[in-house]
Design a protein around this ligand. Structure first.
Ligand code: ADP
Length: 197
């Protein structure tokens, strides 16, 4: 497999759909770099950086951070790359972010290849998120402070209002394909891989 040509994959799907887990494996097995904005931001919060302190309350409320901030963050990451071989997980989340990303990628000559949309029923999502919080606590780890039922519902609502319109954005461009996100990790992974371009 050659790993020197541009490739851009964008994971879409509601909070708790399993984007992070699947994106990590896909990155590992396909020589891609995973860019998870949630992970990057949580790392800042954990290290108590200036940015971390600024974004912490907004993340804990399940709200989105400003488009400006996220776009700058992604621009920096992409600028530091040779061939653009990336999987986005958690970005873009708004129409403005999607449009900014289209422009950035155009400048870099690295258009979007595939946009898998992970579909999982709403109540299953809430159960998964609450369970993820419980498991972390049971392992003696710090649970994500936004992994509570109330915040999960808020994140779901934000997804519906701000991120769902992106489905159409990528559908119109012929990049989107839907993936049933219910099943074992391997089953879901297989469905994602079989739809990749
Ligand atoms: P989830 O597990 O709900 O999909 P993430 O781990 O991707 O969430 O992100 C956690 C939080 O980080 C979001 O609820 C939001 O506050 C912030 N965030 C992450 N990515 C973005 C983005 N692209 N635009 C705005 N805010 C973001």
């Amino acid at each position: 497999m050659t790993h020197n040509s541009n490739k851009v994959v964008i994971f879409l799907g509601p909070p708790g759909a399993g984007k992070g887990t699947q994106a990590e494996r896909l990155a590992r097995e396909h020589g891609l770099v995973q860019i998870s904005t949630g992970d990057i931001l949580r790392d800042h919060v954990a290290r108590g950086t200036e940015l971390g302190q600024q974004v912490k309350p907004i993340m804990e409320a399940g709200q989105l951070l400003s488009d400006h901030l996220l776009i700058a963050l992604i621009r920096d990451r992409l600028a530091a790359m040779g061939p653009v071989r990336v999987i986005f997980d958690g970005f873009p989340r708004t129409q403005a972010q999607a449009e900014a990303l289209d422009l950035l990628l155009e400048e870099l000559g690295a258009p979007v290849n595939s946009v898998p949309l992970l579909e999982v029923p709403d109540q299953t999502l809430i159960d998964r998120i609450v369970e993820r919080g419980r498991q972390a606590t049971a392992r003696g780890e710090q649970a994500r402070s936004d992994d509570t039922e109330e915040t999960a519902r808020k994140r779901q609502q934000v997804y519906r209002e701000q991120t769902q319109p992106l489905i159409e954005h990528y559908q119109r461009r012929g990049h989107l394909y839907t993936v049933d996100g219910v099943g074992t990790m391997d089953e879901v992974y297989g469905r994602i891989v079989s739809g990749l371009k």
